[in-house]
Design a protein around this ligand. Structure first.
Ligand code: MD6
Ligand code: FE
Length: 200
């Protein structure tokens, strides 16, 4: 299987076949029935364009009180467990890592994007972050461990998996845009990105 390395990001194009992608989507529907997607706001009160939920021991949340991990959905209910269809990918690609404690679920419509950011709210930055893309293609921008400078972009398609480990673990990255209608996986279109993390 092909593996690309771009600025230390390890990219596995087409890692999941169509059947595996559909099985994960079916599992995520059950998760989202228990922990519905919410529109988060930044600490400064700006609504984000993605809708967000999570599975696992912790969910990453943002609101007026700041960015943080929480053990409960904003409704006060526990997050659902991470589906085994998802943890399998982590075990296969990062076998040395600790078990994932959070599966962040980001849903993008065709206007959503994600500004350049670092994933840095986790206690053990030696642990990798793994992302799974499902549905419409998205333009993923990879930068440096400090803000600014040269970047490289790549379209992530449905079934692609990205591992951020080592130096890339602290690299800035973001989503510039989503290509509407580029996948038939989700009947109403859009894109789901899962990011698996060790939090503690
Ligand atoms: C996205 N991904 O693909 C946004 N974070 O929608 C991320 O923010 C990300 O792809 C950590 C590791 C891999 C990622
Ligand atoms: Fe990220």
């Amino acid at each position: 299987m092909t593996v690309l390395s771009i600025r230390g990001f390890e990219i596995h194009p087409g890692y999941l076949d169509a059947g595996e992608q559909a099985a994960i989507v079916a599992d995520l529907r059950k998760c989202l029935a228990q922990a519905p997607l919410v529109q988060p706001v930044t600490p400064r009160g700006k609504p984000m364009s993605v809708r967000m939920s999570a599975a696992g021991d912790f969910g990453w949340v943002t609101d007026r009180k700041g960015y943080r991990y929480e053990t409960e959905h904003p409704s006060g209910l526990a997050w659902p467990p991470i589906p085994t269809s998802v943890t399998q990918v982590w075990r296969a690609l990062v076998p040395e890592a600790r078990a994932p404690e959070c599966c962040l679920i980001n849903w993008y419509d065709d206007t959503a994007k994600m500004g350049m950011h670092q994933d840095s709210d986790e206690a053990d930055m030696a642990q990798p972050v793994l992302s799974i893309s499902l549905g419409d293609e998205a333009l993923f921008r990879m930068g440096n461990t400090t803000r600014g400078g040269k970047t490289e972009s790549l379209w992530l398609g449905s079934g692609d998996v990205v591992v951020m480990a080592g130096d890339a673990r602290r690299a800035f990255h973001g989503i510039d845009r989503v290509r509407a209608g580029s996948s038939t996986l989700l009947p109403k279109g859009g894109r789901i990105n899962l990011t698996l993390r060790v939090v503690t």
